[in-house]
Design a protein around this ligand. Structure first.
Ligand SMILES: NC(=O)c1ccc[n+]([C@@H]2O[C@H](COP(=O)([O-])OP(=O)(O)OC[C@H]3O[C@@H](n4cnc5c(N)ncnc54)[C@H](OP(=O)(O)O)[C@@H]3O)[C@@H](O)[C@H]2O)c1
Length: 240
């Protein structure tokens, strides 16, 4: 059964593109109001214009806590929060600078931690949070130890926050490789090599879609008995 979300406010930091925008489309289809966050005005304005009157947006940079504080100060309430916003470098320990190696933690881990911290006073008691991790947490596709550890840490953060914020529900989505906006911006040679490896290594022999991840997020938003869990929309990648 499709759950009606009329009257609910869904906040998506990183909602101007990719998986976040797919979640926004689904939430609006179910009657919710959505608030999009991200760093680029033009991208947010275009996404909100596609979504119609139910959508609004504010710029925010999740690596800057004062920017996150201003973002949430402008909101009256938050029923559901999804935080796929992140930008970072990935690579082997012996090749990355310390700053580059720390970037997944700076942006993806602490960015989501601070977003939830500032959202918490406005979260409805029957609301929920979905954090974004990545299935590299349990099966590294290539040497990138800090990125792998960051995703595992986010899965742990979800369990820790579920305990602290109950009855607000907190879950994590940890996708495999998705043929979408993020990878479309990476160099073609890198992308095609990663895609070929993923097709070979996952049980379903294909990449995922942004919509398939968004469906998992909507499930976590709306199933009232899901908390402290991590879902892996990954075509069985983590099993092999
Ligand atoms: N796509 C995959 O294969 C895959 C697989 C596993 C996990 N993930 C995770 O999914 C997330 C990316 O989502 P996506 O694949 O849908 O890619 P995406 O389209 O690049 O979405 C990321 C969004 O976050 C925003 N953003 C980036 N850094 C930000 C910051 N510091 N503050 C605020 N907004 C920021 C970006 O917009 P601006 O640049 O305009 O701010 C963008 O709209 C990442 O955490 C990634 O690790 C993706």
């Amino acid at each position: 059964m499709t759950q009606d979300m009329t009257g609910r406010t869904v906040v998506i930091i990183g909602g101007g593109s990719g998986i976040g925008l797919e979640v926004a489309r689904r939430a609006v289809d179910r009657g919710a109001d959505v608030v999009l966050g991200g760093r680029t005005e033009g991208k947010l304005a275009a996404a909100a214009s596609e979504l119609g009157d139910a959508a609004s947006w504010h710029t925010v940079d999740t690596t800057d806590t004062s920017s996150i504080a201003s973002f949430f100060a402008a909101l009256d309430r938050v029923d559901h929060l999804f935080t796929p916003a992140a930008s970072y470098q990935v690579g082997p320990m012996l090749e990355l600078t310390d700053e580059a190696a720390a970037s997944p933690f700076t942006s993806k881990f602490w960015g989501q931690y601070h977003a939830v911290r500032h959202a918490a006073p406005k979260l409805s008691g029957d609301g929920s949070v979905v954090l974004m991790a990545g299935a590299a947490s349990v099966r590294p596709p290539a040497p990138a130890p800090a990125y792998v550890a960051c995703n595992a840490a986010i899965e742990g953060l979800g369990r820790g926050l579920a305990l602290e914020l109950a009855p607000v529900r907190v879950n994590v989505v940890s996708p495999g490789t998705i043929d979408g906006n993020l990878w479309s911006q990476r160099p073609e040679q890198v992308r095609e090599a990663a895609f070929a490896q993923y097709r070979r290594d996952t049980l379903l022999h294909r990449l995922g879609t942004e919509g398939e991840v968004a469906d998992a997020v909507m499930f976590l938003f709306t199933n009232g008995f899901m908390t402290g869990s991590t879902l892996y929309p990954d075509g069985g990648y983590a099993l092999r």
